[in-house]
Design a protein around this ligand. Sequence first.
Ligand code: FES
Length: 334
Amino acid sequence: MATYQSFRPAVLRDTLDVASDVRLFSIEPEHGLSSYQVGSHIDIQVMVNERPEYRSFSLVDGGQTEGGVYRIAVKDRPDGHGGSRYLWSLEPGARVMISEPKDRFPLSHRGHEYLLVAGGIGITPIYGMARALVARGVDVSVLYAARTQEQLAFAAELQELLGDRLKLFVTGEGQRMEAAAEIARLGDDAELYICGPLSLREDFLREWLAAGRSQSKFRFETFASSGKYPDQPFDVRIANRDMAIRVEKDQSLLQALQVNGVNEVLYDCEHGECGLCTVDVLDYSGKLDHRDVFYSDRQKEANNRICTCVSRVYDGELVIDTSRHLVDTGRADA
Ligand code: FES
């Protein structure tokens, strides 16, 4: 749980810009590195509006700890919630607080053929996976899209690693991944790993299932910030407390609840995965933008529960009940 996990001091040793809007940070923990699996991430404390918050970043080295540092790649988001801006403001020598690595996007050891798909900063875990799979000597290919050529991070390294098993897409020039065709090329036992925006994952998952493939071989990691609608401030009435709060554009609903003293809502992952932060939706207007991966599509369509750590309201308001947050957090039909 973000408030209970132990953070340890570390020092920012170096930074390197690896794309026009992606910076690589090398971070040395004071108490030495822990071993980790490819696909792992660390949490870092950032200061946003003078408050400590936490952000998760995938480790790019795939378990190959180089030079006694953890390396993460951070996309500059001038319109984001403030975490990336804070990190981009740091100079080498800055002290930061980091968690131990956590394995949230594990790579299987049994596959013989892998398709790795990345959109934008989603390349971070995919890059480490590609290196690990090449080192393992299995069949791996990578599809990687960014809006401009300059935003393709690690493109030269991937090209050298993969040759013609790498396909790059510049979406700003109209280049698009053809999910159905890419999946059709794969052998029956192939596995697919994807990290990128929600729409990319949905496209590939739809085609994957339409091709009759097993969902257990489709693995993904999400961005908490990737919703169907842009971030906007919205108002929330908490019916069981008879109070109203405002969720700012750069705040999650969970953060707004905490700032306003509504502390009964538990949380853990803060990425829409564990379901611990969910509350009842009693009423809403506008669109509920469900950004979690905890609830199934059918449960999301019911619009009667919401993951407060990531999901939002677009063009409307929300009425919730926070008193039943411990009840029914299981996936009824996932
Ligand atoms: S804290 Fe895990 S889903 Fe919100």
